[in-house]
Design a protein around this ligand. Structure first.
Ligand code: ADP
Length: 218
């Protein structure tokens, strides 16, 4: 993977966690915080860390923020600072600005001032936990739209040693298998003759309700 330049503004729990993951993946990450202690504590999660107030345009320019392809605004409770920072970053021409929102109103304003991607970590995590509880066989999912998901579903025991043709998932459940994950191997676009075994996972695409039905079979 080519190196890209990331900057993370706000080194609280969320920002630090984003920075650490990028950093351990070998990416160059600049961490920025207004609080000196946070800057010192972040040493292990970032490539460089600087103390700066990102609501000041001149400060942003002087730390060379315009050289970054992607900036994550992870400022916590101070909505005003998060909004102003996002606005300045877009005005300075940063291509991709990702901003964390505390609630819907905050998120709408972040969108208005030009954020390319607004995330709601608590809402999304809460939803994930509930979805996991509702569909115990579902291990992971990607939301494609309000209606459709791709989900990684553990096959029900009752379906083991049967071929996809026999299972006839499209006709019976209105969902399609796009891959099978079997003993760590991934079989993309499996053929109808492919037999699934206990412990295999199916990567399924379909309507959320249909997928939920399938993920609840014993
Ligand atoms: P979390 O919920 O992710 O732990 P916090 O509210 O603890 O979030 O962290 C947000 C961070 O953003 C804090 O470390 C705070 O110092 C930093 N921050 C707030 N305002 C600014 C600003 N104007 N410029 C830079 N950093 C800021």
């Amino acid at each position: 993977m080519s190196k890209r330049q990331y900057a993370v503004i706000g080194l609280g729990r969320f920002g630090t966690s984003v920075a650490l993951r990028l950093h351990t993946a070998g990416q160059e990450v600049l961490g920025i915080d207004i609080n000196e202690e946070r800057v010192e504590d972040a040493e292990l999660s970032v490539t460089h860390a600087v103390m700066a107030d990102t609501t000041e345009e001149e400060t942003l320019k002087s730390i060379g923020i315009r050289n970054f392809d992607c900036v994550i605004v992870a400022i916590g409770n101070d909505m005003q600072s998060s909004i102003l920072t996002t606005l300045l970053l877009k005005e300075l021409g940063i291509k991709k600005v990702i901003a964390k929102a505390l609630n819907k109103n905050h998120g709408q304003v972040l969108n208005k001032v030009g954020a390319d991607w607004v995330i709601y970590p608590e809402r999304d995590m809460g939803e994930r936990v509930a979805n996991q509880l509702l569909s115990p066989n579902m291990l992971n999912y990607i939301e494609l739209s309000k209606e459709y998901n791709i989900e990684e579903i553990m096959i029900p025991v009752s379906m083991k040693e049967k071929s996809l043709r026999e299972l006839d998932l499209r006709a019976k459940y209105n969902i399609s298998a796009i891959a099978i994950i079997s003993k760590g191997e991934i079989i993309i676009s499996p053929s109808p003759d492919q037999v699934i075994h206990e412990g295999d996972m199916l990567l399924m695409i379909g309507n959320k309700e249909d997928l939920a039905m399938f993920a609840n079979i014993d």
